[in-house]
Each structure stands twice: as C-alpha cells, then as structure tokens.
Design a protein around this ligand. Structure first.
Ligand code: AMP
Ligand code: GLY
Length: 420
C-alpha cells in the first residue's frame, strides 16, 4: 500500500514510524513532514492545509490510504474531499470534526445528551456575556474559551470575574483570536487530574488506546505558560480498567452514538480530554485527531498493526479484539528551543542522535536539514521516548536519551511522569 500522512510534527513522525511497521505498507509520503520523517518516508512539499494540492497528489500517486495528523485540514473538510474523489482517508468529516472545531457545538451536543462536562453558556455578544452574572460567578471560578480553533491558545482559566471580563473583552471586542473568538464558551472551572483518552472508532464501535497524560505547562511542577505539550506518559498509574470502562460507557459511546444519530457519524480517532473530578470523569474538550505528544507514547504501546486498525475504522468493521496493547509503560520528554513557547531561535545544530542507546526512540518535530546538518526549525524540536516494564523505567530511559542529545540551551522539563 501507499500511505500519505498529512502534517509535520512529532505526532506525524510517530505515525510514520508505526505505519511503517505494517507488512501492508510499501511507501509512505508525508506532507510536508520534517527531517525525521524524511529518513524513513518521502517528504512532499505541500502544506498540510492545501486540500486541493493534497488531493491532486493523492490521485496522481494512487494513494491507498491517507492519514491526517492536525485538526485544521480536518476542519477544512479534507476527509469529505478525499471521499468525494473515491479515496480512503482516516479521519472525521468536516461535520464530525465540529466536535473540536466548534466548542459551542461540542458543549451543546454534550449538554443535550447528558454527557458529563463542565456547565457552560455560549455567547457572541460581549454585553450579554459580561451581563450574565451567573456565568461569571460560578462557584470555583470560570474558564473562558474561544469556540473556534485557536491552536491551543484560546482557553483562559480565570481566578475571578475581572480576569473573565478581560478575556471576554479580548476575544469578543478586540478580536484576539479572529473569527475563532467571535463566539465564546464560558464554563465552570473543574479540578482534578487530567487524562487524555484516545479511541479509535468506525462510527459505531469505539475502542480505547492506552490512556495517557500530557504536561502542558512550560516549566517543572506545572508552572509557566501553556505549551503544545512538554511531555507525556502512559498509562497513568491512577487510571484503572474500571475507570476506562466508565469513561467508555458514560462519555465515549454516547458521543459516538450521538454523532451517528445526528447523521454525521464520527470515524477516525477521537481524543477525549478529561478531568477526573470528585464527581467522576468530565469532558474538558474533544479533539478530532491524535494528540501531540500523547501519540508519541500511545503508539509505542500499541501492539496491533495500525494500518489494519485504520482500514477497519474506515470500512466500518472495527472490533474490540483487534486492538492489542503492550504491557508496561511509555514516556516522552519534549526537548524545546530556548524561549519556547514565546519567541525562540531557529537553525541550532542538533547532535547526538546517531549514538543513542537502543531502547530510545526520537520522534522529531521542529527539525530540518541544512547542508547535511540536522538543525532546529520549530519550538518543540524532539520527543525523546522510551518504553519500560513500568513508568519509572520508561521515564529513566527517556531522560537517559535526553542526556545524549545536544542543541544550544535546549529546554525540557525534568519532571515528566515523575509526580505520578
Ligand atoms: P483545552 O484547550 O480546552 O484542553 O484547555 C487547555 C487547558 O485548560 C486544559 O488542559 C485544562 O488544564 C484547562 N481547562 C480547560 N477547561 C477547564 C475547566 N473547565 N476547568 C479547569 N481547567 C480547564
Ligand atoms: N496534547 C494536547 C493536544 O494534542 O491537543
């Protein structure tokens, strides 16, 4: 088979790595990819949101399966376009991708179906939003969210009404997030540990992958600004089979059934971002794609052939017994450019990748080749990953990998998987 992977981050490198292990796969193309995907696959210089060009390429090359990493092409309707051309593509349609692309849609959907989530109200008018005293004075504070896609930046967790008003002003009056912030969700602030549960689904049946936890803040002990994710591990020791079963029954299956009932079945990977509250697991957000960096720990723990699973999803014949998970644990530490998530330099030479212990996997994210030298080209540069018989071993191995790798002033957290 010829496979096309759309995207360019650590998630996509991990997808290429796992898809490439399938006996079914001959060639993998990545659009646009990075220096890591260029080693084991063929990079194509097409932007991940240029749907027309991606479709042209897929038709010309007779691609047998396309796999989409990021949310933007999904929200733009890449799946609809490929399906209309008779091509197989793994991911939700534009209508189904609304679960991520419109928080207003997702919240209404969950409220209507009794899917546990934070209490919320949606507004497009600043005066109405600020005037809604109820919304601003929920016990425990509120969270203000841009409804549309804002690359993970459109969420403001507020300690008091003044902060909430400032966030509403920014989004609704000052257009800080453009159209994505012209509609906002104000919701109850929840507390508890977070959990990322990624499930594969064919639109009817949903099967969970290994549960994972990411570290979103830039600095140790969850300090500093939010980032795309500074590391992840799986499975979290506080998450057992019974909890996964509860999440599947109260959240995931009602979501899959509800989307089918709306006439917009959800096919692909559904990422449930959850908070484990004292009242049970609740949805913080849905994503319509694999998580980054969760994918870098979830796929190494997947024993089954990912191509077969994706084909089963696309063809509507997924069964729970098809998904086999390795025992043990996996951890990934993100090495970021100095300054990330604010401004950072590019072009820093990276060394040490050629002399790594065998048990380390490095998924590249913001990398490129310059005159045969591997250099940094983004904020999150590498995801240094290892499996182990338990979490402690996996974490120790991943950090051993980090110690072998060098670029100037590399920034990484020292506490990934360690407070668990
Ligand atoms: P999101 O982009 O929706 O995942 O939000 C980013 C982060 O904001 C989450 O990982 C949580 O840490 C936090 N957050 C979002 N919604 C809530 C909420 N209702 N209560 C508390 N924290 C939240
Ligand atoms: N790790 C968070 C995300 O992928 O959205």
């Amino acid at each position: 088979m010829k496979v096309l992977v759309v995207g360019s981050g650590g998630r996509e490198h991990a997808l290429v790595w796992k898809l490439g292990q399938s006996a079914k796969v001959q060639d993998i193309f990545v659009a646009p990819g990075n220096a890591g995907t260029a080693v084991s696959a063929q990079n194509i210089s097409i932007s991940d949101s240029d749907i027309d060009e991606l479709l042209n390429f897929a038709q010309e090359k007779r691609i047998d399966l396309a796999v989409v990493g990021p949310e933007v092409p999904l929200a733009l309707g890449i799946v609809d376009a490929f399906q209309a051309a008779g091509l197989l593509i793994f991911g939700p349609t534009q209508a189904a991708a609304q679960l991520e692309a419109s928080k207003a849609f997702a919240k209404q959907f969950m409220h209507e179906r009794g899917i546990p989530t934070a209490v919320s109200q949606t507004f497009t008018d600043y005066e109405m939003a600020v005037g809604s005293r109820h919304a601003l004075t929920l016990p425990g504070g509120v969270v203000v969210k841009a409804s549309g896609l804002a690359a993970g930046k459109g969420v403001v967790v507020c300690d008091d009404a003044a902060q909430a008003e400032a966030a509403l002003r920014e989004m609704l009056l000052e257009g800080a997030f453009g159209a994505a912030g012209s509609e906002v969700v104000i919701e109850e602030r929840l507390s508890g540990p977070e959990l990322s549960l990624l499930v594969l689904t064919d639109g009817k049946t949903a099967v969970p992958l290994a549960p994972a936890r990411d570290h979103k803040r830039a600095y140790d002990h969850d300090q500093g600004p939010n980032t795309g994710g500074m590391g992840a591990f799986a499975p979290p020791p506080d998450v057992d089979e019974a909890l996964i079963e509860q999440i599947m029954q109260t959240i995931v299956q009602p979501t899959i059934d509800g989307m089918a009932a709306l006439g917009t079945p959800y096919v692909g990977v559904l990422y449930a971002g959850l908070m484990l509250t004292a009242d049970g697991p609740k949805v913080i957000e849905f994503n319509c794609r694999f998580g980054d960096p969760e994918t870098q720990v979830v796929l190494p723990l997947l024993e089954s052939d990912l191509v077969e699973l994706m084909l089963a999803c696309v063809n509507g014949r997924l069964t729970p017994d098809m998904v086999k998970i390795h025992p043990g644990a996996c951890a990934t530490v993100v090495m970021a450019a100095p300054g990330y998530p604010a401004s950072y330099p590019k072009g820093l030479p990276i060394t040490g990748l050629d002399a790594l212990p065998e048990d380390i996997m490095v998924f590249q994210a913001g990398t490129t080749s310059q005159d045969d030298q591997l250099v940094t080209s983004g904020g999150r540069v590498l995801a240094v990953t290892a499996r182990g018989e338990n979490l402690e071993t996996a974490v120790a191995r991943a950090y051993n990998g980090v110690d072998h790798i060098h670029f100037e002033n590399a920034h990484y957290r020292k506490d990934i998987g360690r407070q668990a």
